[in-house]
Design a protein around this ligand. Structure first.
Ligand code: SAM
Length: 383
């Protein structure tokens, strides 16, 4: 099978994890970029990337790279591409654009110019043109410019791969599924020990953990834009999905999600059910500060509230201090990872982090801190 280049986008800080995922899928010439990884794959691996990547957001297939110094040159270069290879007058398309350039400062304008060049090509040849549909287009296109260097790609994923499809309901401030999965992979957890998210909100961490432990493909609940492409190979696609089924593993550890909020518990239960994991994940209504861990090991990942208003600041500092004390006394032997956008409150956990990782939740800078909770030792308490 012939190989070709793809560019997979990801979040800040996940380039290493994504590169490792791509390597596992058999990709070659892997190169880490800023919030993206490029590599080479064959068609089967290309489908598998969409189906399997946990930290990828969009799998892009470049179809043209060129230099353009003004909008006329851009228009001419876009017209050099034979668009009838990809769409016809009955198809719909959409263009997403990103611009890092002094010459092309408005990314929306770049997209507009590209759209004009595409529809003009069809009009000239056929007297008719394909239409734009931003909601659910047959073909999703990407144009990226850095200085005067352009890359035009097909977005094979369509909607972000972070949107797995099991979470139709959510509580306030849910984490992106890809972010949650990436955090779990960063901890090195592999399903050998029990997993707990004591503040699970809509259940994202427990669900992603179960998918990792059971080696279940995150793309199993959704469709992808490449399924509309002219060169779509349904037999190969069926093979990728069948192979994935055969690679599923039995989940041997306990996976728990808790939250003090009744609605969060209900939403988590619904999402767990939609993900087909009701037999695996236990959801319970509990205030973390009234719980304890009865095993001698386990992984805890929590994403406590950040506190939205300025008035919450002091309350949050106290709450984070309580979380730290509670972990220390009632969760000995565990490894706890706390992910938060409240960087000030995080300092008051009162335990010494053994790892600190900078990440983002949307635009908000966050930190992921690791704490190792040893039984009976006072040394991990600060000061
Ligand atoms: C930022 S949200 C978690 C979002 C979650 N990671 C998701 O993806 O949906 C914080 C959650 O902590 C819960 N929470 C706050 N204080 C708690 C406590 N003392 N015990 C248990 N849950 C708590 C809230 O009800 C809320 O659902």
């Amino acid at each position: 099978m012939q190989s070709f280049e793809i560019i997979v986008k990801t979040y800040f800080g996940f380039e290493d994890v994504l590169a490792q995922e791509l390597e596992q899928l058999g990709a070659t010439n892997i190169e880490k970029l800023k919030r993206a990884v490029s590599c080479e794959v064959n068609k089967e691996q290309f489908y598998a990337c969409n189906y399997w990547l946990r930290t990828g957001l969009f799998v892009l297939k470049p179809i043209a790279k060129f230099e353009a110094n003004n909008e006329d040159e851009l228009y001419d270069e876009i017209q050099k591409i034979d668009w009838s290879e990809y769409i016809d007058n009955d198809s719909t398309f959409a263009i997403n654009s990103t611009a890092f350039s002094d010459k092309f400062t408005h990314s929306k304008y770049v997209a507009l110019k590209m759209k004009d060049a595409i529809v003009d090509q069809f009009r000239k040849k056929t007297g008719d043109r394909p239409s734009i549909n931003v909601e659910d287009p047959d073909l999703m296109l990407e144009i990226h410019v850095a200085n005067n260097q352009f890359t035009v790609s097909l977005n094979s994923s369509g909607e972000s791969l972070a949107k797995r499809g099991y979470r139709t309901q959510q509580t306030k401030a849910p984490l992106s599924e890809a972010l949650a999965a990436g955090i779990i992979i960063m901890t090195g957890w592999n399903g050998e020990t029990d997993f707990l998210d004591p503040m699970c909100g809509s259940g994202t961490f427990p669900i992603e953990a179960a998918m990792i432990a059971g080696n279940r493909a995150p793309g199993r609940f959704r469709t992808f834009n490449f399924e509309n492409w002219n060169d779509f190979d349904p037999t190969l696609w069926r093979k990728v999905k069948q192979d994935a089924k055969e690679q599923e593993k039995q989940i041997k550890c306990g996976i728990y999600g808790k939250d003090k909020n009744q609605r969060a518990v209900r939403v988590s239960e619904d999402n767990v059910q939609r993900a087909g994991l009701s037999q695996v994940i236990e959801i319970e209504r509990k205030n973390f500060l009234n719980t304890r861990w009865n095993a001698d090991s386990g992984l805890i990942i929590m994403n406590p509230p950040y506190g939205e208003r300025l008035e919450d600041a002091e309350e949050m500092v106290d709450f984070y201090a309580e979380i730290g004390t509670h972990l220390k006394h009632y969760y000995p032997g565990c490894e706890a990872w706390i992910f938060s956008g409240n960087l000030e409150a995080l300092k008051f956990i009162g335990l010494r982090p053994t790892r600190r990782i900078k990440l983002f939740n949307g635009q908000l800078e966050c930190k992921l801190h690791k704490f190792e909770l040893f039984q009976g030792k006072k040394s991990e308490l600060k000061g």
